[in-house]
Design a protein around this ligand. Structure first.
Ligand SMILES: NC(=O)C1=CN([C@@H]2O[C@H](COP(=O)(O)OP(=O)(O)OC[C@H]3O[C@@H](n4cnc5c(N)ncnc54)[C@H](O)[C@@H]3O)[C@@H](O)[C@H]2O)C=CC1
Ligand SMILES: O=C(O)CCC(=O)C(=O)O
Length: 526
């Protein structure tokens, strides 16, 4: 019989499901070394946010087939390490949405009315009505950063409370935001106008320290910030200083840079700050939802069935998966590339399946292309299961076409993204031993394997231009690994595709477009 280790407190409903197919051991509060010592016996590991599943633990888990995170964020799991070992990582994308949204709303109201401190003072035997005069949220402006599942529910409730709603989410369409009752604005305007700012975004390199001394300085002196998303999105030291110096009105935090919260000046800021120990998902209902959601997936994987919310491996039947795997990678890479070339907000994605890919069972490739397209917005949170829904919620129209007669390659995939900044297209195919090659960019034929850091230019095909670009990159210490030009006619328009060894330094793209003959330049990270 299979064995499942449950290393964080999980609702009994989940344990009951697991017990149908496995021996279940519940051992909470294990130290990393203790977990490493025993994980080798188990086929599955079920966790919440308390267990940090590091590469070391994954490597010690020689029998592990699946890691189930009873919640949304999988940032406490080394997903790439699990993927490398072929371990499925699953989560529950929606089981605790309402709980987290309600916690953020509760934090906003508690902060406004000083409820925690007033409560504590009455319990101490005091009757102080002067200290705790609060503020109403009615007719105040709420700035929502991240208009996904939780942000949208916060918006719906806040609207009903009579708040004016501003939102910042670069990956949501204006129409979608309007449907939810929010005005989509840029981040600076949101910081300047909001009376309350609530964060509902993942922690990514772009969102780390999004709230810092500089952004705090843009806010109203009465502004209150709520973070029930992830620690590290707010620079805690800058926040403490801003509250102490009266630069903002206060903050309510459920999540911290390091959890459990250790020694911190945040603890000493009185009634202008509320701190909760990562309770966003801690409702009876949410814990039942996430436990059932994840336990069912662990049960299915143990029974040899696909998981429905795998964050790293598609939930498809094993035969189709094996056949499509290299093409899924192609579709994902092209989606990621075309999304970055298009920049801004993509409104339409056209997916053309060509040659042998023009069959009905190639539909997962469309999903893989969307997963790639949404990667910049959602990082590891977009998966093969949710990519279509996420695209729909962002107002992205998907057009799928098939052309079995296209015979340049056995099978090739053409993606065209149209967005607020224009239209771009890429085509790719698998060559040789299934290596991905870009075969066309914006209608210009090329033949290059994609690399981690790339630079594309649209330019006039004329003497000296390649040399000028090479020297410019050299002057910024950028090393070119490979370069290829694609053109349709001699001395007409052309595309240059360069693989570079490191990310392009800030500001250099503008310099590139100043080179006579270069019209546009784009940098992408794959
Ligand atoms: N405190 C707690 O116990 C809980 C915390 N969470 C956290 O809440 C956060 C939101 O969760 P969901 O709404 O379920 O996720 P979601 O994926 O539905 O929404 C996230 C939104 O953030 C947007 N986004 C991504 N990068 C952005 C950026 N740089 N600027 C602005 N917007 C950006 C995305 O477009 C997306 O619409 C996550 O960090 C999740 O881990 C979730 C559940 C419980
Ligand atoms: O398991 C928990 O209580 C934390 C929930 C959470 O942060 C998440 O689902 O992302």
């Amino acid at each position: 019989m299979s064995k499942v280790l449950v290393s964080d407190p999980i609702d009994q409903a989940g344990i009951d499901i697991l017990s149908q197919v496995a021996t279940v051991d519940v051992k909470t509060g294990l130290k990393p070394a203790e977990l490493i010592e025993i994980i080798g016996e188990y086929d599955a590991l079920m966790i919440r946010s308390g267990t940090r599943v590091t590469q070391e633990i994954i490597e010690a888990g020689t029998q592990l087939k699946i890691i189930g995170r009873a919640g949304v964020g999988v940032d406490n799991v080394d997903v790439p390490a699990a993927t490398r070992r072929g371990i499925v990582v699953v989560n529950s994308p929606e089981g605790n949405t309402i709980a987290a949204a309600e916690h953020a709303l509760a934090m906003m109201l508690s902060l406004s009315r000083h409820i925690p401190d007033a409560n504590a003072s009455v319990k101490r035997g005091e009757w102080d009505r002067k200290t705790f005069v609060g503020a109403e949220v009615y007719k105040k402006t709420l700035g929502i950063v991240g208009l996904g599942k939780i942000g949208s529910h916060v918006a719906a409730v806040a609207k009903a409370m009579g708040m004016k709603l501003l939102a910042y989410d670069p990956f949501i369409s204006t129409e979608r935001a309007e449907q939810i009752g929010c005005q989509l604005v840029d981040l600076d305007l949101l910081f300047q106008q909001a009376d309350y700012i609530t964060l509902h975004i993942p922690k990514t390199p772009e969102t780390t320290n999004l709230i810092n001394a500089k952004t705090l300085a843009k806010m109203k002196p009465t502004a209150r910030i709520i973070n029930c998303a992830r620690g590290g999105i707010i620079d805690e030291s800058a926040l403490a200083t801003a509250i102490k110096e009266g630069k903002i009105g206060g903050a309510a935090l459920d999540v911290f840079d390091s959890e459990p919260l250790g020694e911190s000046e945040l603890r000493s800021l009185g009634k202008d700050i509320i701190l909760t120990p990562h309770l966003g998902a801690s409702t009876t209902e949410a814990q039942v939802n996430v436990a059932i959601d994840v336990a069912e997936q662990i049960r299915d994987v143990i029974l040899g069935l696909p998981a429905r919310s795998a964050v790293n491996i598609p939930g498809l039947g094993p035969d189709i998966l094996e056949e499509l795997k290299p093409y899924m990678q192609l579709a994902e890479t092209l989606g990621n590339l075309v999304g970055q070339l298009a920049g801004g907000r993509v409104e339409t994605l056209t997916v053309k399946l060509q040659g042998e890919l023009a069959t009905n069972k190639s539909q997962p490739l469309v999903v893989a292309a969307l997963k790639g397209l949404l990667y910049q917005a959602l990082r590891e949170r977009v998966n093969y299961v949710n990519a279509s829904i996420e695209a729909k919620e962002r107002g992205i129209r998907v057009i799928e076409t098939r052309d079995a007669s296209a015979r340049d390659y056995a099978g090739s995939l053409h993606l065209e993204a149209t967005g607020t900044l224009g239209t771009h297209s890429v085509t790719g195919a698998l060559l040789g031993d299934k290596e991905i090659h870009l075969t066309d960019v914006d209608g210009f034929p090329i033949n290059v394997p994609p690399s981690k850091y790339m630079l594309f230019t649209l330019h006039r095909d004329m003497p000296g231009i390649i040399g000028k670009l090479g020297s410019l990159l050299g002057s910024f210490n950028v090393n070119i690994a490979s370069m290829q030009v694609g053109r349709k006619i001699v001395r007409g328009d052309a595309v240059m595709a360069l693989s570079i060894d490191d990310p392009l330094p800030d500001g250099i793209l503008d310099e590139i477009t100043k080179v006579p003959g270069i019209r546009d330049a784009y940098t992408v990270t794959l």
